[in-house]
Structures are given as C-alpha cells and as structure tokens.
Write a protein that binds this ligand. Structure first.
Ligand code: HAM
Length: 418
C-alpha cells in the first residue's frame, strides 16, 4: 500500500485505542454529574470566527490554521480549537436565552499546522468544556475542579495546576502599557520587538534563555490587578483550597489564545518533556462581543487527550478498560454455527460481550481465536452437543469445562461475567 496518514495526524487503533476510549468515557461521566450537556459542533468554521475570536496575532491564527476555500468561494478553516465554535453555536441556537450558565462539553479532533513531534500533532484530540453566561468565581473553580477530578479519576497523580489571572478590560490595558514600556527598553530581535507592539504578554512566554534573563524584572500582572479582579481571583483560590486542590501561582502564565481574561490556568505534567501542557483554559469575558454576540462571560478548558495518554504511559497507569470480549463461541459444523450465531446475539442483548470464530475454522484454529480474543469463557458447540441441546462452557483461565443446557447458558454466563 502506498498511502500513509498525512504527516502529524495522530491516530488510535486497537488495542492501544482502549485507553483513549476509556478516558473519553470517564470524562463524559465527570461532565454529566456536574450538569454539562454534550454537544457536537462544526469541524470547520468561517475563517473569520477564529481570526476575530482567537486573535490575528496568535500563532494559532497567523501560522497554524488549515484554511481552504470551498466551492462557493467561502474561506473556511478546520477548527484549531473548540471555544470559538462552541460559543458561536450557543449564540446561534439561543442557548444563552435559557438557564445560565450554559454548561456544555464536546470532544473530537482539532487541527493545527505545527511542526510534529511527540505530543505535538497536526490532528490531535481535545476534550472541551465550557460554562457560558456567568461571572462567578465558583464557576471558575468548578471547571478547574472538573478537570482535576478527571485527571485523578483516570489515575494520574502527578498533574500540576498552574494558575494566574490576566485581569479585565479595566486593569489589563494599564498593565499592558507598563509591560510594553519595560519591554521596549530591552535588547531584543526584530520579531520580538514587533510582538511587543501587537501582543506584549506573549513575550513573557519566550523560552530562549537570553530573553528570559532580561525578563526577570518584568512587571507582573498580579501586581496590577484592579480591586475587583484581585477579589475575584482570591475567591477562586479560596474555593479551590476548600476542595483540597493544590495550585501553583504562576504570574507569568500567558496563554496562546487572545480571548482570555481573569482566571487562566494550565495543567502540566512533569514527565512529558517539551510538550508538558496536558490541558489549559480560562475565562473569556470579551469573546462573545468579539464575534458579534451580546456581552456574555464564559470560562472553560481544553484538555489534550493525546498528551494525557502519554502521561498515563509515563506514570505507568492503565485505566480500567471494559473487556472487548467476555465469551467466545466455537462452533463445529454448519448447524452448530447457526445455533451459535443466534446464541451470540442473545448474549449480547443480555449485556455480555460475545464474539465467535468466523470462517468455518476447525477446533484448533477456533480455540486459538478464543485465546486471542481475551475472553474468559469459550462456548464450544459440536453437532453432538446440539443434539443434546447443551453446550460446553470452558473457563479459559482454569481450563475447567462444564456442560450447560443451551436454554440456560445466557443466564449462567450473565451470572459469571457481571
Ligand atoms: P490550548 O491550550 O491551545 O487551549 O489547547 C488545550 C490543550 O490541547 C493543550 O493543553 C494541549 O494539551 C493540547 N494541544 C494543543 N496543541 C496540541 C498539539 N499540536 N498536539 C497535541 N496536543 C495539543 C485551547 O485550545 C482552548 N480552546 C481551551 C479553552 C477552552 N479555553 C477556554 N475554553
């Protein structure tokens, strides 16, 4: 075969996909218990939604979007993140006219044209949760707590929560001007000097040692928060402390997307190396207006499923995954295969994961299939068993075999596997 998946596209295939599926399923439960409804949104959007929402000056918009023109001449972009599209859909369907906050979550592939490496892909997977329409520190703490609970529910123990406040439309411009003033006095290259004028906070995120060294005395947003932002941030921390969730105050935490205000956070994993950010989020109180909607505050997060899978591997934990097959049917002869096929359907309807040997394999080949399936039990049905209306039930862990009447086998197995 000459084809391979395009460069940087992350795929999950059996058996490794089991972990991926299990942690997604765990999130559905975490979200449901907190009143978040699942939604499905567009995989591609009007390019302007991201330009206005995420921000023209961000790397995501300026360098990493998969943008194409459709047959009608429209400029469309594969979603590089969920938030702008989720908010667009909330506004489009008028969900914000009902109970607030609108609590929604979704997940799926996200696309960014980045240089691929371990933990950094061009098609990757995010779990995204948003609470839209409330400006209440408890909502901020709730979203953070849900991500935290999910990490812990899947077995991760080394996740760190980095927390900051980016201020609001009152105090941020004052801080921004002060930061610009400071940055203009430094010895920086052309591109970084240009960034000072467009997005000075991003300069704080520079990883080059020669830049870092000069940033040591940079003014920090934490010292410039207005009284409201400070009180808000203190309250978020108080609520997190009440839940026993530890955080690290990270005054230089700036996120890669422009819409953030006030609470911002990242989840970091120490065993992941360069791509240590396994999730991130924050408040985006001006995003709705930026995309042409009414004032509508919001907060949420995006969790990187791919990096989370790597973190699990590094911590050496495997989340429990439901068995793919609990009972494996081995039928010998055409009539027995017919009866087994029907039995399989009855077992599945009764909630038992069941499979069988297909393709008329002999006993040996079929028993090999039973072993490979991971099933705990094999059901062996020969012509003679069929005549006696019975089936041989073999426990593959002990090799113990018993005869069970065909009419009882579903009940017997239900009792054994559940
Ligand atoms: P983000 O920080 O850009 O935030 O992405 C969230 C997570 O996606 C990151 O922490 C990381 O785990 C994962 N991620 C990002 N880029 C890649 C990549 N190229 N390969 C693999 N994983 C990646 C957002 O996208 C915001 N929409 C989050 C949010 C929701 N804020 C408010 N609501």
């Amino acid at each position: 075969m000459n084809f391979q998946a395009p460069k940087g596209v992350k795929e999950y295939v059996p058996p490794q996909v089991a972990t991926f599926s299990a942690i997604r399923a765990a999130f559905a439960e975490t979200a449901r218990r907190a009143g978040y409804a699942r939604m499905e949104t567009a995989v591609f959007e009007d390019t302007q939604l991201f330009a206005r929402g995420v921000g023209e000056s961000t790397d995501v918009v300026s360098k990493e979007m998969y943008t194409f023109t459709d047959r009608g001449g429209r400029s469309l972009t594969l979603r590089p993140e969920f938030t702008a599209g989720v908010l667009r859909a909330v506004l489009e369907y008028g969900l914000h006219r009902g109970q607030l906050p609108v609590k929604v979550w979704t997940d799926g592939p996200v696309f960014r044209a980045e240089a691929p490496q371990e933990g950094r892909y061009r098609q990757f997977y995010q779990l995204d949760l948003e609470a839209i329409g409330s400006e209440d520190p408890a909502v901020d703490a709730e979203t953070i707590a849900l991500a935290w609970q999910w990490y812990s529910s899947i077995g991760l123990t080394q996740v760190r929560l980095l927390l900051n406040s980016l201020g609001c439309k009152e105090c941020r411009p004052i801080y921004r001007a002060r930061l610009q003033e400071f940055l203009r006095g430094l010895d920086l290259d052309e591109a970084t000097r240009a960034r000072i004028e467009i997005n000075p906070l991003r300069v704080l995120d520079d990883r080059r040692p020669e830049v870092r060294a000069q940033l040591e005395d940079a003014p920090l947003i934490g010292d410039h928060l207005c009284a409201d932002c400070k009180a808000y941030h203190d309250r978020v921390k108080q609520l997190l402390a009440d839940l026993g969730i530890p955080w690290e105050d990270t005054p230089r935490l700036v996120r890669g997307l422009d819409y953030y205000t006030r609470t911002t956070f990242e989840f970091d994993h120490p065993l992941l190396g360069a791509q240590s950010g396994i999730g991130g989020g924050g408040r985006y109180d001006g995003l709705s207006e930026a995309i042409g909607g009414p004032p509508l505050p919001g907060i949420g997060f995006g969790l990187g499923l791919d990096r989370t899978v790597i973190a699990l591997e590094r911590e050496g934990v495997a989340p429990a995954t439901p068995p793919r097959c609990e009972v494996y049917g081995v039928a010998l002869g055409e009539e027995a295969a017919r009866a087994m096929f029907k039995l399989l359907s009855e077992l599945r309807a009764a909630g038992v994961a069941a499979d069988m040997a297909f393709g008329g394999k002999g006993l040996k080949g079929a028993m090999k299939g039973a072993d490979r399936s991971g099933a705990r039990f094999a059901l062996i049905l020969g012509e003679r068993d069929l005549a006696a209306e019975a089936v041989q039930l073999k426990d593959l862990t002990t090799a113990e075999q018993t005869e069970v009447p065909l009419a009882q086998v579903v009940d017997v197995l239900k009792g054994k596997v559940q």
